[in-house]
Design a protein around this ligand. Structure first.
Ligand SMILES: C[S@@+](CC[C@H](N)C(=O)[O-])C[C@H]1O[C@@H](n2cnc3c(N)ncnc32)[C@H](O)[C@@H]1O
Length: 333
């Protein structure tokens, strides 16, 4: 059953070239967005935008998967909002490996937009996202409305506007990443929130540490939110790894996903001043009771064991640097 508790690609080729490795990783975007769309269609949370990026899966997703995604979206969302509140939205957000994430549009609706919201993903994913943005007024209009100048900067792999930018770049190539973000007016003086939701695990420990070090070095006041696997050394974790490998998707960074301690250690060793981590079972147990009752009534689940195992194999981590005067160090789930 652990086979369905991952973010695999659906159509990956069997070749073993480097590009094919990336194809497996890029395929995880489809899976994450389809799972989110499915959970949204059942009423787990409200997101009127995800339907414009991905089709509705014909296959039902298991209730454990839907509850897992609910906790993930809730957990990341709470930390994002805490950062926006502490900085009074006078900040920027960099969503790295954003896939089809819809946070920008949801924050706009809630009146919680940062000064600028950036998204990064592989150029092929960005091209697909941009196609949807350009074709669907419900996605394009909010960007255009916020943009005071005449023309939007846009090509196949990037869009830059006053409050939203999306760039195609490989997160393992930091000079390219920095150059492209700077072209879109990334401001290293602003308090900055960086988000990686199920992304670092696809990079080697060295590559993810380099990204984390670059982030800690680049901004004086910053917070990093990372959601991904944890406790991967046990049997359940091994099954998750094997299932993904069969789909040409290697969890190259799984070594850092051994424990909450190894997750925190990586952050602290990369120049972050505080680091916290919680597994998703713990997070689930701290969710507001009314919300838990509401979502648990959506689908029947008589056996909690699999849900607990799943939740124990994912975690939410966050780290801060500077920002003592803003109260960033006190941000907690
Ligand atoms: C599992 S998906 C998650 C997408 C999104 N963060 C979410 O939670 O819905 C992982 C995403 O990270 C992107 N990604 C992984 N490695 C990357 C890299 N080296 N450079 C750019 N994007 C990367 C993939 O293309 C994919 O869109």
């Amino acid at each position: 059953m652990a086979g369905s508790l991952r973010e695999p690609s659906f159509n990956v080729s069997a070749s073993t070239s480097c590009d094919t490795d990336d194809e497996g990783v890029r395929g995880t975007c489809e899976d994450a967005s389809m799972c989110k769309r499915f959970a949204v269609s059942l009423g787990y949370w409200h997101d009127p935008y995800i339907q414009h990026f991905v089709r509705l899966s014909k296959e039902r997703k298991a209730p454990e998967i839907n509850r897992g995604y609910f906790a993930r979206v809730h957990g990341v969302g709470q930390l994002v909002k805490a950062f926006l509140q502490k900085t009074e939205c006078c900040c920027q957000v960099l969503n790295l490996g954003a896939g089809m994430d819809t946070t920008f549009w949801k924050l706009k609706d809630e009146g919680l937009l940062p000064s600028k919201y950036f998204e990064v993903d592989f150029p092929m994913i960005v091209t697909r996202k941009l196609h949807n943005i350009k074709c669907k007024p419900v996605l394009l209009n909010p960007i255009v409305e916020l943009h005071s100048e005449d023309t939007l900067q846009m090509d196949g792999h990037m869009l830059d506007s006053k409050r939203y930018a999306i760039v195609g770049a490989d997160l393992r190539d930091l000079s390219e990443l920095e150059e492209k973000l700077k072209k879109c007016n990334m401001n290293t003086q602003l308090p900055t929130l960086l988000i990686t939701e199920c992304v670092l695990v696809y990079m080697t420990p060295e590559q993810s540490a380099n990204l984390l070090k670059w982030a800690a070095r680049s901004f004086d006041t910053a917070m990093f939110i990372n959601y991904e696997q944890v406790n991967m050394g046990d049997r359940f974790g091994q099954i998750m790894i094997e299932n993904l490998r069969r789909r040409q998707c290697d969890l190259a960074g799984v070594e850092t996903c051994k424990s909450l301690e190894s997750q925190k250690e990586r952050l602290l060793a990369s120049g972050w001043e505080t680091a916290s981590a919680v597994d998703m079972m713990e997070l689930y147990s701290r969710l507001p009771r009314a919300e838990v009752s509401r979502i648990e009534a959506l689908e029947f689940l008589d056996e909690m064991e699999l849900l607990e195992q799943l939740m124990q194999h994912y975690c939410l981590c966050w780290a801060t640097k500077g920002g003592g005067e803003l109260g960033l160090k006190e941000v907690t789930y």
